[in-house]
Design a protein around this ligand. Sequence first.
Ligand code: ADP
Ligand code: MG
Length: 235
Amino acid sequence: MGEPLIELVDVTKVYRRDQAQVCVLHGVGLTVAAGERMAIMGRSGSGKSTLLNILGCLDEPTTGTYRLDGADVSHLPDDELSRLRNRTFGFVFQAFHLLKGLTIVENVELPMEYGEVPAAEQRQRALELLELVGLGHRTDHRPSELSGGERQRVAIARALANHPRVLLADEPTGALDTRAQRLIIDLFLKIHATLGTTQIIVTHDPKVADELGHRTVRISDGRIEAEGACVIAAS
Ligand SMILES: Nc1ncnc2c1ncn2[C@@H]1O[C@H](COP(=O)(O)OP(=O)(O)O)[C@@H](O)[C@H]1O
Ligand SMILES: [Mg+2]
């Protein structure tokens, strides 16, 4: 197996609340291979979102090491970290987080303002991504005119705007009915098949984990319980 894409070594996260310190992650070690789809499961409050935010460089470990392509990025200055984040990760959240005042295509274009897609190509790329997620016919609509499942597909298109290497999703089907959930699962699989994007998906739902995860990592009270075997062949 080649070098992992992401490697966490003995990562802790401590939040300070008033005078108290709350340790939310305890010595987490985790590797993610390029091209794998990893599911993260655990109870509410077990530290899944904290872990995902650290994996996506939205948050820094309190102690421990984060390596991306073998390079230690645990203590980069803020501007370097945000540049690294913008070109490496795309995020999808349970509650979609689309901007109400913008059309669908404008929502998808937004992250490109901070990325490396030339201005002249941004509209075209946004339209292609909306085609990929099956919403090529709704590009001028507002988020309020779409169903929950459609909004999540827009959010997924937006997450892909800057050609991320890793797609991170925090309970992406948590707010959706069974039918919409099915479409989202199929979409993640299609994105993997067509773009090869590494995926890390937090979910409560064993079915989502089974279908999307090459392996499932379980977390309990801030500790990794079971990592499963990575089944991606060395490339
Ligand atoms: N910014 C914060 N400040 C203090 N405590 C936090 C903060 N974020 C999360 N926590 C606490 O950390 C624990 C894990 O939270 P989280 O990672 O959101 O869990 P999960 O996503 O598994 O539900 C919870 O007890 C939560 O209350
Ligand atoms: Mg959470």
